[in-house]
Design a protein around this ligand. Structure first.
Ligand code: NAD
Length: 499
């Protein structure tokens, strides 16, 4: 059985706690590796080393730091196949999906190549008599990231790239479900020229997360994961005086207007609802057709498409649509919610409960499910299921449909499918949700924009990646300077003579 490590001081380091978590092969249900769970003392020691190394990294000119990112782009592309395989092996997603995961992280590293430009400050000449004023963005020191299982390369890269580019040392606590790809990325950073101790990967569970929250050296924390943990980390991190941003769960609605291209809408729902087994924070989990006729047409188009979905292990080839869930517990929870939907009166149009795959009977596969006539009070509507389960809520008007999305506690992403510009514009302006798609089901902003949800999907006031990340990982210092050479004897200013 493979025993994974931490990554400290530019090398893989065995854990000393004696505590481990199981890393499963989700396709077979077998434990394939053990990951060490760090103690507070291990975490603190990694932070101390990072703090000692950070000033020299902060003093390295930004163009040199950007060159590490440039080299990282080359190395990630070189190792794309290996990274995707390691990711699929522990997460279960298909290889094309795993490559997409790495790719969307890579795009943020590409954005970070612009660090010298992104960190430029502001300057006011002659702010007062002989006085110039300028601001600069300085690194925070040691910062930390705590990341979820579902994008084990993308989200760590979203955090590592900007944090490191800004001159910080970075402590990453990846998900204990699929940590291998982060260890590989850390090795690539070393190969790319990042000095030792500037990036530490400390594996762990609640104990190491609490150690991050309480460590006095750590200045800022970026978290991505479920909402209850996001709320906990935000509260405790802020109480300890840290800068904290937390991104939580989601329940993304896609409104389908009667004038929408129904084939396009159905295709979009298949990709956005069932892709990656529904384990995406930007997955569409609620379809809201407007009017019963629209609902009937949509469901009629969805059913044959769902029945064609190919579910299997990533090793079965690139035509597999989605793989298993990440753990047996995730599968049990999803099927429990499906049963609750039936008990609470929803209509199960496509029932995937009996799904089984020959040769992989103990894997964490869940067949695709489609619910119709879901209502607001049902648990399948209120909770994030994070599985291939799409709920249809029939709305009788556009106002009712937008109201549903607005009233839901989550506010990560949403979409509207329509041919009407007025409706689309109204939707984009009024909706209280962070990322909006118009005839685009998964509106994930590109690296040079920012990513973040509203309501219970986001805590803190800056988004991930794009210009916000460079604000989050730096603080502004403003200097007001007056030089004696600007003064004539007697206090008259030399430049006045030039007027
Ligand atoms: P999770 O909340 O279980 O775990 C996230 C991180 O928190 C992990 O590193 C984990 O080790 C740690 N953690 C777990 N329990 C903890 C506890 N009790 N105390 C302290 N730390 C703890 O989330 P997950 O299951 O890994 O990821 C799926 C969730 O992440 C979904 O809710 C999904 O919507 C969300 N997500 C959100 C975004 C976004 O940008 N909004 C992106 C991806 C995933």
């Amino acid at each position: 059985m493979a025993e994974l490590t931490h990554y400290i001081g530019g090398t893989r380091v065995a854990g000393t706690s004696g505590r481990f978590a199981d890393v499963f092969n989700p396709a077979t249900g077998e434990v394939q590796a053990k990951v060490p769970l760090a103690t507070q003392a291990e975490l603190d020691a990694a932070v101390d080393r990072a703090a000692a190394a950070q000033p020299a990294w902060a003093a390295t000119n930004p163009q040199k730091r950007a060159r590490v990112m440039m080299e990282m782009v080359r190395l990630i592309n070189r190792d794309m196949d290996k990274l995707a395989e390691a990711l699929s092996r522990e997460h279960g997603k298909t290889i094309p999906d795993a490559k997409g995961d790495v790719q969307r992280g890579l795009e943020v590293i590409e954005f970070c190549i612009g660090t010298p430009h992104l960190l430029k400050g502001e300057y006011t000449d002659n702010a007062g008599p002989g006085i110039d004023m300028f601001s600069m963005r300085q690194s925070l020191g040691v910062v930390a990231g705590i990341t979820p299982f579902n994008f084990p390369a993308m989200i760590p890269l979203w955090k590592m790239g900007p944090a490191l580019s800004c001159g910080n040392a970075f402590i990453l606590k990846p998900s204990e479900r699929d940590p291998s790809v982060c260890l590989m990325l850390a090795e690539l950073f070393t190969e790319a020229g990042l000095p030792d101790d500037i990036l530490q990967v400390v594996n762990g569970d609640k104990e190491s997360v609490d150690a991050i929250l309480d460590n006095e050296t750590i200045q800022a924390i970026g978290f991505v994961g479920s909402t209850p943990i996001a709320a906990y980390i935000y509260e405790r991190g802020c109480a300890n005086g840290k800068r904290v941003q937390c991104f939580g769960g989601a329940k993304n609605h896609m409104i389908v207007m009667p004038d929408a291209d129904m084939d396009q809408a159905a295709d979009a729902l298949i990709g956005a609802g069932y892709g990656a087994a529904g384990e995406r924070c930007m997955a569409i989990s609620v379809a809201v057709p407007v009017g019963d006729e629209t609902a009937d047409r949509l469901v009629e188009k969805l059913v044959p498409r769902i029945e064609k979905l190919k579910v299997g292990p990533y090793t079965a080839g690139d035509d597999v649509d989605y793989g298993p869930l990440v753990t047996g517990a995730a599968k049990e929870r999803a099927l429990g919610l499906v049963n609750s939907g039936l008990e609470q009166g929803a209509e199960l149009v496509v029932d995937g409960r009996d799904f089984s795959l020959q040769g992989y009977e103990d894997g964490f596969f869940v067949g695709p499910h489609l619910f119709d006539r879901v209502t607001k009070d049902m648990d399948i509507y209120k909770q994030e299921i994070f599985a291939p389960v799409l709920c249809t809520v029939r709305a009788q008007s556009y106002e009712e449909a937008i109201g549903l999305a607005m009233d839901h506690e989550y506010g990560n992403g949403t979409a509207i499918f329509t041919r009407d510009g007025d409706t689309a514009r109204d939707f984009a302006h009024r909706i209280n949700i962070g990322m909006v798609g118009v005839n685009v089901p998964i509106p994930v902003p590109l690296a040079y924009h920012t990513f973040g949800g509203w309501k219970k999907s986001g805590f803190g006031d800056l988004n991930q990646h794009g210009p916000d990340a460079f604000k989050f990982y730096t603080r502004t210092k403003t200097v007001t300077a007056r030089w004696p050479s600007g003064l004539k004897e007697g206090g008259e200013f030399a430049f006045k003579a030039m007027d």
